[in-house]
Design a protein around this ligand. Sequence first.
Ligand code: PLP
Length: 493
Amino acid sequence: LAAEEFRQLGYRMVDWIAGYWDRLESFPVRAPVAPGDVAARLPPHPPEQGLDGEKGWEAVFQDLEQVVLPGTTHWQSPSFFGYFPANVSGPAVLGELLSAGLGVQGMLWSTGPACTELEARVMDWLVELLGLPASFLSTSPTGGGVIQGSASEATLVAMVAARARIRRMSPGDAPLVAYASTQVHSSLLKAAMLCGVARDASDTTHVRTIATDATYGLNPEALERAITEDLAAGKRPFFVCATLGTTSSGAVDRLGPIGEVLARTGVTASGGWLHVDAAWAGAALVCPEFREGLAGMEAVDSFCFDPHKWLLTNFDCDAFFTRDRGALLEALSVMPEYLRNTASASGSVTDYRDWQVPLGRRFRALKLWLVLRHYGRQGLQAYIREHVRLAQRFVGWVAQDARFELAVPRSLALVCFRLAARPAEASAATDARNRALLERLNATGEVFLSHTVLPGVGERPTRYVLRMAIGGTRTQEGHVRACWELLQRLASE
Ligand code: PLP
């Protein structure tokens, strides 16, 4: 593509994206397609000849409209309330474009000095913005932050670092065991499978899921019992994953009591690692009033959250921090001849390839840098606070309609709710009504919500619940209100 053609097409593509954002509310939120519909509109064979310059690209723009958009679930729709948000913002998209245009591969400091140093600085900014411990700063003696592709990768990296450390500090053949609440994200199990700690997805001996309390936060006494039992059986507890904001219901594991359990059982002294997965809820830490979950952070070895969920930064961008970068290097450094260079040999630079699974890396810090500069601390705080306020409004409406009930107390901007059980209704029947409601709701194309199943606690049965995750870049009160009114209408029908 000649420079001038690239320029023209680039202007047009940016125009197309801005126009798409303007049109978001005109599309059904969930793609109304069946499996294979999109593939059926694509040629089965690759093109023999390339496009004929700028004019030939007309066909690409047509395909965007006729093939891509009809098969797209519009995560950026202001009425998308499913899963957790996957924020996109103007500054972040421009940062992505810059990263693509610069085309830097920043595996080593020497292959991308700006890529490396800008990333370290932006991660240090995040430590300050979120009120995280100073031991996570890249300027601290042993800590630092790095951008991973996802929270799943962050957990894997934390686990391999933990494994390296426990092998050094408590050598031997005793089996390694990881712990987390029953509500932990599935990426913990995947990480354990990937690094050979768990045999397979059903291995509950080496990845122990611990009971929760009634609010679905990890029960520290149950953790202590499990660890004590494993130590008595000659095993090596080496990794605990605590969650701030669980995927299902936004529950918070209390770090203070968990840290105390690890200290009391001797797990900390033998090299055990406490990782915190704050994939979604971490973004809210930009507001001091949402930092309650940070109590006990002094016992934490690593922490991650996803700016690509709720902090206006395009996927992929997970912010991972550790106070023991040495353990990462121990687990992940391999130095082949072809990568040797004077800067690395000097020991005075950070080579981020040693902090992650892949070798190569994009200049992802650019998008985060632009987001933080564009919005500033105050802009980010206002953004989070508005979503939390909208969730509070939604809770208020649920409380006023006797047909509905909250399933658990609101967590930040996540509301788990459902149609309440009718007198003498079996819980399976209530679940079925809720399932049907969700399907009808999403079939309208006006909004999109997702669901979860919350396990029974005490007298309370297992429950199918709807999740209203507010956090879209463009979501305003009118969208939340419209969703509630639609829910009410369908409940009446
Ligand atoms: N951890 C938690 C608590 C999550 O809620 C999620 C996704 O929703 C993940 C991890 C996985 O995130 P990622 O897609 O960044 O791996």
